[in-house]
Design a protein around this ligand. Structure first.
Ligand SMILES: [Zn+2]
Ligand SMILES: [Zn+2]
Length: 351
């Protein structure tokens, strides 16, 4: 199978430290978009597989020889974060979850939703980030040193809301001080948004020469499988509010859907035989116009039947311990293995 990996541009101001499982890409599967070769703008590539294999046993999903892959939950909360400042300053009402969230080590303390996949494949290890939201710096500050994470070998974007892309500017610390650049995989509609929200990262001709913003290599993804550092990612298109598309991703037998209000019929087949489902569950009582609430999320779990489910994207009405106690009962009554995730959770996975 011929795979496409984003090429890593050399940069005169940096020395590459510890390259991880990178290799040159076959040119045949790369299509450059838009900008002329002499443009200071970032090259934009289309990412794809050369064949349509989605769930085969191809070598690109080789399992770890010595060390297991894992998922680290960088954030499991809503856009404003938990605790909410407004709850802590409310003189009329004491929000129980937000006040618990202030306590050190509280599992109710949640930053913007995102995960880091530490993948150990046939060609070594790589750290693949899904989303870098507004609070990415704070998440990374907390978990990268604690877990010995150095490089960011790729970023994959679910959608272009601020809690998914607001941290792209913070990636400059990596591309200035750790590695020359970071490949980023993004749907065309979200890339169009980034041209406005992060215009100076997309088009570096607008910045003062010498200024060192994040050096991102943009790869446009479509709603079909693509390969990042030897691992196949299958987009899971979902609705995140009426007529707004977001992407979940399947890698190995893990399905990650962080922002969803409706799963289209055509996406369900992609969720079959799922070992671990990580899915949006905003609040305990009902869904919102843009997110599943707990009742709907549970109905979807009953339909998808993964072996294990972890909910994410919880707002301040979701008390970690209380909701988890309730979820535990579903194992006895329905045989469903469901828990809430929490920031910093490390989940060993076989990919
Ligand atoms: Zn609150
Ligand atoms: Zn969103």
């Amino acid at each position: 199978m011929v795979l496409f990996l984003g090429t890593v541009r050399s940069t005169p101001r940096m020395t590459l430290l510890a390259p991880i499982s990178r290799r040159s890409a076959p040119a045949t599967s790369i299509m450059r978009l838009g900008f002329p070769a002499s443009s200071p703008r970032r090259p934009v590539l289309r990412a794809s597989l050369s064949s349509g294999s989605v769930t085969g046993d191809d070598a690109s999903r080789g399992t770890s020889q010595n060390e297991q892959s894992e998922i680290i939950f960088m954030g499991t909360g809503t856009s404003e974060g938990i605790p909410r400042v407004s709850c802590l300053t409310n003189p009329l009402k004491k929000c129980p979850v937000c006040f618990k969230a202030v306590e050190p080590g509280s599992k109710n303390r949640r930053l913007n939703t995102g995960i880091l996949i530490r993948y150990t494949g046939l060609n070594g290890k790589s750290n693949i980030l899904i989303d870098a939201g507004k609070f990415f710096y704070h998440s990374a500050l907390r978990w990268f040193p604690a877990y010995g994470i150095r490089t960011i070998d790729a970023v994959i974007i679910t959608h272009s809301h601020a809690d998914a892309i607001g941290g792209l500017d913070d990636l400059r610390d990596w591309t200035n001080n750790v590695q020359p650049s970071i490949p980023i995989y993004v749907a065309e509609r979200d890339f169009e948004v980034m041209k406005k929200t992060h215009y100076y990262i997309v088009d570096t001709s607008v910045i003062t020469p010498g200024a060192a913003v994040s050096d991102l290599q943009f790869n446009i993804i479509e709603e079909k499988p693509f390969v990042v550092h030897d691992m196949t990612f299958t987009p899971l298109p979902v609705w995140h509010g009426r007529s707004y598309r977001s992407l979940g991703f399947r890698f190995g037998n893990v399905c990650y859907i962080s922002d969803v209000s409706e799963i289209p019929d055509e996406t369900y087949p992609l969720l079959e035989d799922c070992d671990i489902l990580i899915m949006d569950a905003l609040r305990p009582d009902r869904s919102s116009s843009t997110h599943f609430g707990l009742p709907r999320a549970l109905d979807e779990v009953r339909k998808i039947r993964p072996k294990r489910t972890l909910f994410t994207g919880m707002m301040h009405l979701m008390d970690h311990d209380i909701v988890n106690e309730d979820l535990k009962k579903l194992m006895e009554t329905e045989g469903l293995n469901i828990q809430l995730s929490y920031d910093g959770l490390r989940l060993p996975v076989t990919l």
